[in-house]
Design a protein around this ligand. Structure first.
Ligand code: ACM
Length: 685
């Protein structure tokens, strides 16, 4: 009997105490785990690896293992008797349905991983590596595991800030560790074109470089591009050789890289260096390609031909989001295209472009993937929708028989603050803590079985406007990407946030050892005080009327007329459906009827400011009270100097004193900055 087995038996009494299902710290949590109380397998320097796997997966797995933390285990040939880690490709695995599924069995003498595919073996190996990262002692167990969704993705924005090949590879390694299988690269956008296209050298000689290092400085200045190599040129691009290297590195980790080439909008950088492709032909003017011009199609198809050659992915992402469509309305070429093709409006003109590109990609054996705006004006026949403005777009695509990938901003946009904004580096806005990402279930129960099969999966998106460094990029990604991985892989029946949180703390320790920068989950502050449980005060449930044309904005009702006295404070974002938003010139002007005349000692409301999306503090707040609803006494008038800054701030505007009143009037004026006013609750005590 080998040393490891003897040790294992001696340790049985001890380990049986610690081997409950909680002791396996794996992300994403496997579908079925049974842990035996009778012992463990111990990795030793004598452990041996045997691969019963044909090529090409055999070499892929061997290469991967040779760079992994278990690289020191001995590769055995032929089949050794014990201390064995056995990876076996089998013809059938009745326990699992997905080709990415696997079974992992650990007993005294060894570990067996079985799957019908190399990917499945790779995922079994990842589970083993996660267990090994915590201890050389692997509890005896049987794991039967498979993904819930076939598509589990991460999008990296390398346009707003450029991240080099080594950084991308490092993130591919992390993705593999958590069983993600698609890396979507946002390669082109106004802030810089990032892929070498041989036929169009200006894209990388000029459109890839700008005079400012950060997106924010560039965005707030003249948004210029400069020559590669000129003083101060910030930017970069991947050469075609580097792209092939990234694609191949990812392939060896069973990850598909999907390129995104933005069209018809987010294309200022292209239209500056090739202005003839815009409606005006004037550089630095438009963000949308001219769809009336045949040269646009020639350019896009030439670019896509090179892209197709570099990326073997089933999908090519063509963007499609946020086109302004303005220049098309007055462009003679666009208008004549509209007439010739019998299109009714600019939405249909965009759809015309998407249809043509869809046909082009289909003819070249690829499929079109685009943001949900590609639904506008009619979805093209072979398109898959990536749903980011909520999930409605994805569900509409599914209803029409198309595949959809869910990446709604509310749950999947990792550029939002992950903790109290005052404790975090500047972010895009919003508040998306780990728990909220984790709570996402992409599958509505309204789908039929055949519709459910069209819900292809889920993806985390990391747009990088406010993320200039690698450390910061990782900080925003981890641990929230763990949650995306578990949402994509594990069924809701095995998910549990408290357990996931503990596993995440372990995974963070591991990632830090591996040189990743992560958010400090151990010291998470959490949501804004008062946002997690209701408060009591004198106005809760009372009637609110809106005076003098003051009206809340339809997208930010917070629940309607009762929202400002519903007992709930808002959290760290005005988008959490607890903050009521006012956009009109009339600002806020409300009256609360307390039903009877009562003693009142304080009246206050909190406002929030985040200047990026145009949310500002009020310039003046006036608080008045009345016993009869006719004659009001002003209790307080507060003037406020509203200063534009980068912070997310919260401020209370209130009165304290002694009065008796039935009616409370609360008025707030917008500042000269305009924009929105947001308040969460008028608290009366
Ligand atoms: C997007 O966030 N504009 C897809």
């Amino acid at each position: 009997m080998r040393k490891s087995a003897i040790l294992a038996m001696l340790c049985t009494a001890l380990v049986s105490c610690i081997h409950n299902p909680e002791s396996l710290s794996v992300i994403p949590i496997p579908q079925q785990t049974e842990i035996s109380p009778y012992g463990s397998f111990f990795f030793t320097e004598e452990s041996q690896l045997y691969l019963d796997v044909p090529e090409p997966d055999r070499q892929v797995l061997l290469d991967y293992i040779s760079t992994s933390p278990i690289s020191s285990i001995i590769y055995a040939e032929p089949h050794p008797a014990e201390d064995l880690i056995h990876l076996q490709l089998v013809n059938e695995l009745p326990e699992v349905n997905s080709p990415e599924g696997y079974c992992l069995n650990v007993d005294f003498s060894g570990i067996t991983i079985q799957s019908t595919t190399g990917a499945g073996l790779f995922y079994g190996l990842q589970t083993l590596l996660q267990l090994h990262a915590q201890s050389d002692e692997i509890p005896m167990c049987t794991i039967i595991d498979e993904p819930r969704f076939a598509y589990r993705g991460m999008m990296l924005d390398v346009s707003r800030h450029f991240f080099d090949v080594d950084f991308v590879k490092k993130q591919i390694d992390a993705m593999a560790h958590f069983k993600l299988n698609h890396l979507h690269l946002h390669l082109t956008d106004a802030a810089g074109w990032r892929i070498e296209i041989k036929q169009y050298p200006l894209l990388t000689r000029r459109a890839a470089w700008r005079p400012q290092a950060t997106w924010k400085e560039w965005w707030n200045s003249d948004r210029l591009y400069v020559e590669e190599g000129s003083a101060q040129a910030y930017g970069g691009y991947y050469t075609q050789e580097q792209i092939r290297d990234i694609v191949s590195y990812a392939q060896k980790r069973y990850i598909t890289v999907i390129p995104e080439i933005e069209m018809p909008s987010h294309s200022e950088e292209v239209l500056t260096v090739y202005p003839e492709l815009s409606c005006s032909h004037v550089p630095y003017k438009e963000s949308d390609f001219c769809i009336g011009n045949e040269q646009t199609f020639e350019f896009l198809e030439n670019v896509l031909t090179e892209v197709i050659d570099l990326f073997p992915s089933e999908y090519i992402h063509i963007g499609g989001d946020e086109a302004s469509k303005q220049s098309w309305k007055s462009c003679a070429l666009c208008q004549s295209r509209i007439q010739r093709e019998g299109l009714s409006d600019v939405d249909e003109l965009q759809s015309y472009l998407i249809h043509r590109i869809d046909s082009f990609l289909t003819a070249h054996g690829r499929k079109l993937l685009g943001w949900d705006e590609i639904l506008d004006g009619g979805l093209s026949p072979n398109a898959t929708v990536m749903s980011w403005r909520g999930t409605e777009g994805g569900l509409r695509a599914i209803a029409a028989g198309h595949r959809a990938i869910m990446t709604p901003g509310e749950y999947c946009y990792l550029d939002a603050y992950q903790d109290a904004p005052h404790t975090q580096p500047e972010a895009f806005g919003g508040y998306l803590p780990l728990q909220k990402v984790y709570s996402y279930d992409p599958m509505p129960d309204t789908l039929t079985a055949s519709q459910a099969s069209l819900l292809y999966g889920v993806q985390g998106n990391l747009f990088a406007e406010y993320i200039p460094t690698e450390e910061h990029m990782e900080y925003m990604m981890y641990p929230r990407l763990f949650a995306i991985a578990e949402v994509g892989w594990s069924s809701p029946s095995v998910k549990d946030y408290a357990h996931f949180h503990r596993r995440s703390l372990n995974a963070i320790k591991h990632m830090k050892r591996e040189g990743y920068n992560t958010f400090d989950l151990d010291h998470e502050v959490g949501n804004r005080p008062g946002a997690d449980k209701p408060i009591h005060h004198l106005a809760v449930g009372k009637r609110v009327s809106y005076n003098n044309g003051s009206a809340y904005y339809p997208s930010y009702t917070a629940g309607g007329d009762s929202a400002l006295v519903d007992g709930w404070h808002g959290g760290w974002t005005y988008g959490d459906k607890r903050w009521q938003g006012f956009l009109g010139h009339n600002g806020v002007d409300i009256t609360i009827d307390l039903d009877t005349v009562i003693k009142v000692r304080s009246i206050s409301a909190d406002f929030m400011q985040i200047c990026g999306p145009g949310v500002f503090m009020p310039s003046q707040v006036t608080i008045s009270a009345s016993v009869d609803g006719q004659n009001y006494t002003q209790l307080q008038c507060i003037d406020n100097d509203v200063v534009r800054d980068d912070a997310v701030t919260f401020k209370s505007f209130g009165w304290k004193g002694k009065t008796t009143a039935r009616y409370i009037r609360y008025q707030a004026q917008r500042s000269h900055h305009g924009g929105f006013l947001f308040l969460d609750e008028v608290v009366v005590k």
